[in-house]
Write a protein that binds this ligand. Structure first.
Ligand SMILES: *Cc1c(COP(=O)(O)O)cnc(C)c1O
Length: 399
C-alpha cells in the first residue's frame, strides 16, 4: 500500500480541491475504529458525519449488502422492486407516517420537501405561495434548492439569486411570527441544528412552529437528515419533541454508509407530487433499500436507539466534567443523544483543535465555528466512550 504522503501527493494533483483534508488517508474500518494506509489506528467519534451508526464493516450489514449485490442492485423507477417496497413499509411504520419517497442524499431529500411544499399550493391554485421560512446558520445541503434554505452566508455567496427564503434567528418564535405571511408555503427546521453548532431547539420552539403552521396553513418541514434514525435516542427527533411535522427529510444515518435519502409524508400530501413531477434515477434502488432495511433491522435487534440515549448520557456526563476542569478553554456541552457538541471559548481555534485531535488518533469533527462535534457510531462501546473523553481531556491539556 502506498504511504499517506504518496497518496496525498496524487490527491493534490487530481482531486478537486473543494475540501480541507489530510494529513492521512483512511483505508479500513471495524466497529468504531479506523486505520490509515500506514496502519495507524483512529477512534471514530464522528461516524463520517453521523452516518455510520452501525460502525464500520458490521458483519450483518456487510452480509445483507453482499447478498443484495449478488441478487439485484438496480432496475430504475420504471419498475417496482421488492426491497424498495419493504423499506417504505418499514420506515413509514417507524415514523407513523404514510408515504416514503427515496433519493440518495440529504440535499435531495430537502429538495423533495421543498418541491412538494411549493407544488402542494400550486395544485390548489395558490401559485404565489412559494416563500419558505428557514433559520440563520441552518444547514440543508448544497444543491441550489437546498442551499436557498441553508442559512450560512459563506455557503451561499457567489451563486447568484437563490429561492424565496426568509432566514430568521433559530429559536426565535417571535421572529418567525413576524416573517409569516400569506405567501409562506412552509417552515423548514432542524430539530437540533447540526452543522450550525449542535444547537438543540429551545423548549416549546418546535411546538410553536407547529402552531404557526396550523394557523396559516403552511407546511412544517423537519430536516432530520442528521437527527433521524435513532441518533438522539428516539427513532426521530419529532417523536421525542412530541410534534407532528407534515414532511420529514432523512439521509445520513439511514443507509449505514451507503448513500440514501428519503422524504416521508402523510397521506394528505400524497397527491402533491404526481407522476412526472419529481423523480430520481437511483432513488429507491434495491441496494440502497437493502441498506435501509439492514440498518433498521440491526438497530432494532441490537437496541441501538436505546443505546444512543444511554451512551449519549455517558458521553455528555464525561464531557461536562471536562468543561468543569478546563473552563478556561471550553464553556459548555450541548446536544442530545449521541449528537453532542463541546463549545470552545472564542479565543481557541477550532481548526487547530481538530488537527491536534486527528494527529492524536481521534476523529472528532467541527460544527459552526467553535464546536467540537461528537457523533460516534451508535455501536461505540462504553470503554471507547471513556477513551474519547480521556482524549478530550488530553486535548484540552495540550491547548
Ligand atoms: C448533512 C445534512 C444535509 C445535507 O446532506 P447531504 O447528504 O450532504 O446532501 C442536510 N440537512 C442536514 C440537517 C444535514 O445535516
Amino acid at each position: 500500500m502506498p504511504t499517506n504522503a504518496e497518496l496525498i501527493a496524487v490527491a493534490e494533483r487530481h482531486l478537486y480541491p473543494n475540501y480541507r483534508q489530510g494529513p492521512f488517508v483512511l483505508a479500513r474500518g471495524k466497529g468504531s475504529e479506523l486505520w490509515d494506509v500506514e496502519g495507524k489506528r483512529y477512534l471514530d467519534l464522528s461516524a463520517g458525519v453521523a452516518v455510520c451508526s452501525l460502525g464500520h464493516a458490521h458483519p450483518r450489514y456487510v452480509q445483507a449488502m453482499a447478498e443484495q449485490l449478488g441478487t439485484l442492485s438496480h432496475v430504475s423507477n420504471w419498475f417496482y422492486n421488492a426491497r424498495n417496497i419493504e423499506a417504505a413499509r418499514k420506515l413509514t411504520a417507524l415514523a407513523g407516517m404514510d408515504r416514503a419517497l427515496f433519493c440518495n442524499s440529504g440535499c435531495e431529500a430537502n429538495e423533495a420537501m421543498l418541491k412538494l411544499t411549493r407544488k402542494h399550493f400550486h395544485l390548489q391554485g395558490q401559485t404565489e405561495r412559494l416563500r419558505i421560512i428557514a433559520f440563520e446558520q441552518a444547514f440543508h445541503g448544497r444543491t441550489l434548492g437546498a442551499l436557498s434554505m441553508t442559512g450560512t452566508p459563506a455557503y451561499r455567496e457567489g451563486y447568484g439569486e437563490l429561492g424565496r427564503v426568509t432566514h430568521v434567528p433559530y429559536g426565535d418564535l417571535a421572529a418567525v411570527r413576524a416573517a409569516m405571511g400569506p405567501d409562506v408555503a412552509g417552515i423548514v427546521v432542524e430539530p437540533v441544528m447540526g452543522e450550525g453548532g449542535v444547537l438543540p431547539a429551545p423548549a416549546g420552539f418546535l411546538q410553536g412552529l407547529r402552531e404557526l403552521c396550523d394557523e396559516s396553513g403552511a407546511l412544517l418541514m423537519f430536516d432530520e437528515v442528521q437527527t433521524g434514525i435513532g441518533r438522539l435516542g428516539s427513532w426521530f427527533a419529532f417523536q421525542k419533541a412530541g410534534v407532528r411535522p407534515d414532511v420529514v427529510a432523512l439521509a445520513k444515518g439511514l443507509g449505514g454508509g451507503f448513500p440514501v435519502g428519503a422524504m416521508l409524508t402523510h397521506e394528505k400530501l400524497a397527491r402533491a407530487l404526481p407522476p412526472g413531477s419529481h423523480g430520481s434515477t437511483f432513488g429507491g434502488n434495491p441496494l440502497g433499500a437493502a441498506a435501509i432495511l439492514a440498518v433498521l433491522e440491526i438497530m432494532e435487534s441490537e437496541g441501538l436507539v436505546e443505546a444512543a440515549r444511554r451512551k449519549g448520557e455517558l458521553l455528555a456526563e464525561g464531557l461536562r466534567k471536562v468543561v468543569k476542569e478546563f473552563g478556561s478553554i471550553c464553556e459548555s456541552v450541548r446536544g442530545d443523544g449521541l449528537l453532542l457538541g463541546l463549545v470552545l471559548r472564542p479565543e481557541f481555534s477550532l481548526r487547530e483543535m481538530l488537527g491536534r485531535a486527528h494527529a492524536m488518533g481521534y476523529l472528532i469533527i467541527g460544527a459552526g465555528d467553535r464546536v467540537l462535534r461528537y457523533a460516534p457510531p451508535l455501536v461505540i462501546t462504553e470503554d471507547q466512550i471513556q477513551e474519547g473523553i480521556e482524549a478530550t481531556r488530553r486535548l484540552m491539556r495540550a491547548a
